[in-house]
Design a protein around this ligand. Sequence first.
Ligand code: WTA
Length: 644
Amino acid sequence: MSDYAPSTEFADQAVGKAGLFDEAAADHEAFWAARAHEYVTWSKDFDTTLDWSDAPFAQWFVGGELNVAYNCVDRHVDAGNGDRVALHFVAASGEGRSISYADLQREVAKAANALESLGVAKGDRVAVYMPMIPEAVVTMLACARIGAPHSVVFGGFSAEALKARIEDGEAKVVVTSDGQFRKGKAMPLKTAVDKAVPGTTAEKVLVVQRTGIDVDWDDSRDVWWHDAVDGASEEHEAQPHGSEHPLFILYTSGTTGKPKGILHTTGGYLTQCAYTNSVVHDVHPESDVYWCTADIGWVTGHSYIVYGPLANGATQVLYEGTPDSPHQGIFWEIVEKYKVSILYTAPTAVRTFMKWGREIPDKYDLSSIRVLGSVGEPINPEAWRWYRDVIGGGSAPIVDTWWQTETGAIMNSPLPGVTALEPGSSQRAIPGIHAEILDDEGQPLTEPEQVGYLVLTKPWPSMLRGIWGDPERYKETYWSRFGPKYYFAGDGAKYDEDGNIWILGRVDDVMNISGHRLSTAEIESALVSHKQVAEAAVVGASDETTGQAAVAFVILREHGESADAQGDELVTELRNHVGQEIGPIAKPRSIMVVDELPKTRSGKIMRRLLKDVAENREVGDVSTLADSSVMSQIKDGIDKPSSD
Ligand code: WTA
């Protein structure tokens, strides 16, 4: 049994009460209709809560109209809260600037006017490739205001990755900055846009001057933010959009090399983001200071920096920098200075802080913290306890939230005022969500410790509406493994004796590195695009800090001419090549050059065996290999592993 029941004081003040479970169980659709009315201001009320007749293509709150930017900004000003801080922006230098809801309203209106003057109209796509600066949030909201779906591309992705996403989404405008600050240094960013844009649909590039570094400039295409936005009108009328109007596309890794553009729409997405931010993070907008440390390039930044908290009128911290710069105590300095009361971060960060030692956070006053959150991968119980004791003063509830880019918002999580916590488990579906674990045959598992597949059994408001431009892939990826009724999440899971769900990681070829999803296929195709590589296999090996790390096995081409690089030099070159093709986060931790890869007779690479090698385990059953001696050759070869 859990030692971590909520205190009476916490339970009494909590937004999310146990009654929500009963309400949701009584009537799924009525429950969500009530949340839609509670959390969202509709310009026109909806007449049908859910239309599932064209499953798996859902429509939520049909007939309803709303403007997301109005909901996230203007209505708070209208309610008399214009002076409330929306964003405490903390620059990478540590310097701070506070932006009120009234300020945000002006900035969003100006940016919407500027984007329209660059030709952006309702339905056009806008690619966003920016650091963690207020202009990024403003851009997303301005797009939402116009009804122009944004496609945010993580600033750590390469020019090639950006180009592929601009092309797939057919973006009309790209918003970026001259550069970005990384560990105290100004690094280029626009250079990647300059490489990515030519030959695509993008007509204009809007550029925030963030660092002042030199940039190349194309007068016919590039426009400075300070020229286009600063002088634009502060008046912009927010038009209502249909509940199912596309809000954004966000690319995520799948099992093939081609990233999937996950499509989210307006009314259902906003409803579930606001509701979960309220009942899971327990946000009290008038008193809390909330800080989600994710990057806006990932779904967590979309749902729990931009849309959920702003819809709720919360005050939050937006941090441009990294946890280790200017010093390893910067997170705690920020918590102390802004009296952060709710902190939402990733297990990989917690494990890094653990490694650095508790002396660092112990130097700061963290007594403002009352709720902690975790997202992106399973949090191991040891890290969970450290997080609770060292950061949470031994008493803050931790909400371990399981969800995905595809689910749009939190699905499984404790409710901090209701649930007795179980370290390491995201526990149960929240009220309104229905999860089950199925065996290979699609039969529900009910006994503890049986390992199966996590599925969602009822449509939910913030569910993805499809894969951009590829309805077949949508059906195939999510709705075919267990028939048309169940959404297959791609995660393995089991129950414990108390009925808590434990997520056991991906069952497909998707890795989770520092909470970021990367597909093995994507890295493999980057490796084989190098002229010296004939074949590549990548596996996700467990890693103490990052959860998983990519380990690559490559077969080199037989060269007539002599190879350009060899040994360690080649490994470095290949890692950099992957960095260039995808981005630095995708660089394999190690690359082993091998003569053969373990394959079945049908030619399928047996990654399971490579994973055994990468994780230093006894190699498993090799009986289905075409050549069973391959594994001993590989094992012999890697007694001298090459990595840098
Ligand atoms: C994993 C991030 C265990 C899971 C919001 C999922 C988790 C994938 C948790 C989605 C958690 C996320 N416990 N595993 N609390 N949260 N995951 O799309 O494998 O970047 O399928 O969304 O991360 O990653 P994505």
